[in-house]
Ligand binder design. Structure first.
Ligand code: 13P
Length: 342
């Protein structure tokens, strides 16, 4: 049982590959569709995800796809379940199981992620539907006096409980703290908050008896806030991120995958590439560094598609291109010249 979780976790961060996060909740995908003027209905959402998942050679650079509750139950126009489409492409199906970050009572400006009630039964159903890994995201907000240790601990505890239920169900848990880019804090504040968050998370993971080789970490890169006067270069960001992970992530975790969190498509690629180059020429690291991007993989595909059936191939080309670029970045083998070669 544990062996399968180890091999699934390793397969998700295999060389040249990373994860496509396509697990937007119905509320979030509506916002994405609003941006291109497409109505969000169950069928337009299905059509959009069908386009993504039937991209030719998807599995070449996409090791796994995170689905949403609605999506894991949907099928193509021909009636093939999306889960089967992904398996046939060589991508492992995964599922988002948290039910969202909600205001943390009595802690203004902070959130706690919900979704533990009934989770054991939901995981059993998702496993039956084909999910082999899961995701739970908590948001950590840098502001005046935040993040508090209390909010960090509440979220760490919730994530560890979720992760334990996943391993009980033979599903690899991805634990995701996202230190948000909102605000005008500098890169040092992000590194401090991320380090504190990771320490609390792994204290809870160990206390909950998690088998760390059967888990993955999904986290933000160490970056300044969007409103910061200083916007650091890729080398500074890569160095700070590797330093933070080296100090706070146990060596038995097989892989760290980054979220894109509002970085541009190309920043998400060049920064991942910079880190993997540093590891290749330096002392290396115990864990693989890869991607689990939502917006940075999907944004160009969403725009190219625009809700029009005639644009399916164009949308797929856009997704395939970003997946290829990030697959190279996973190996530290990306070259900006590849962008125009497509
Ligand atoms: P972004 O890459 O758009 O941040 O989404 C990744 C994700 O799954 C956040 O939970």
């Amino acid at each position: 049982m544990t062996d399968t979780m180890h091999s699934t976790a390793e397969a998700l961060v295999a060389p040249g590959k990373g994860i496509l996060a396509a697990d937007e909740s119905t509320g979030t995908i509506k916002k994405r569709f609003d941006s291109i003027g497409v109505e969000s209905t169950e069928d337009t959402r299905r059509a959009y995800r069908q386009m993504l998942f039937t991209t030719p050679d998807l599995g070449e650079h996409i090791s796994g796809v995170i689905l949403y509750d609605e999506t894991i139950r949907q099928s193509t126009d021909d009636g093939v379940p999306f889960v089967k489409v992904l398996e046939a492409a060589g991508s492992i199906p995964g599922i988002k199981v948290d039910t969202g970050a909600k205001p943390l009572a009595l802690f203004p400006g902070e959130t706690v992620t919900e979704g533990l009630d009934g989770l054991r039964d939901r995981l059993a159903e998702y496993r039956e539907l084909g999910a082999r890994f899961a995701k739970w995201r908590a948001t950590i907000i840098i502001g005046a006096g935040t993040p508090t240790n209390f909010a960090i601990d509440a979220n760490a505890h919730g994530r560890a409980r979720y992760a334990a239920l996943c391993q009980e169900a033979d599903i690899v848990p991805i634990v995701e703290p996202e230190i948000l880019m909102d605000g005008d804090h500098d890169i040092d504040a992000c590194e401090e908050a991320t380090g504190r968050t990771l320490d609390a998370l792994y204290r809870q993971m160990v206390a909950h008896r998690l088998d760390l080789p059967g888990t993955l970490l999904k986290v933000n890169m160490i970056v300044p806030g969007k409103g910061s006067a200083v916007q650091d270069d890729d080398a500074t960001i890569a160095e700070a991120t590797i330093r933070c992970l080296s100090e706070h992530v146990p060596a038995s975790v097989p892989g760290v995958v980054f979220l894109s969190g509002g970085m541009s498509d190309e920043q998400a690629t060049t920064r991942l590439d910079a880190m993997n180059r540093m590891l290749a020429t330096g002392d290396g690291a115990p864990w693989a560094l890869s991607f689990s991007y939502g917006r940075a993989l999907q944004a160009p595909a969403l725009t190219a598609w625009g809700g029009d059936l005639r644009n399916v191939a164009a949308g797929q080309r856009a997704l395939g291109h970003r997946a290829t670029m990030n697959g190279h970045a996973r190996d530290g083998a990306y070259d900006p010249a590849m962008e125009s070669a497509a």
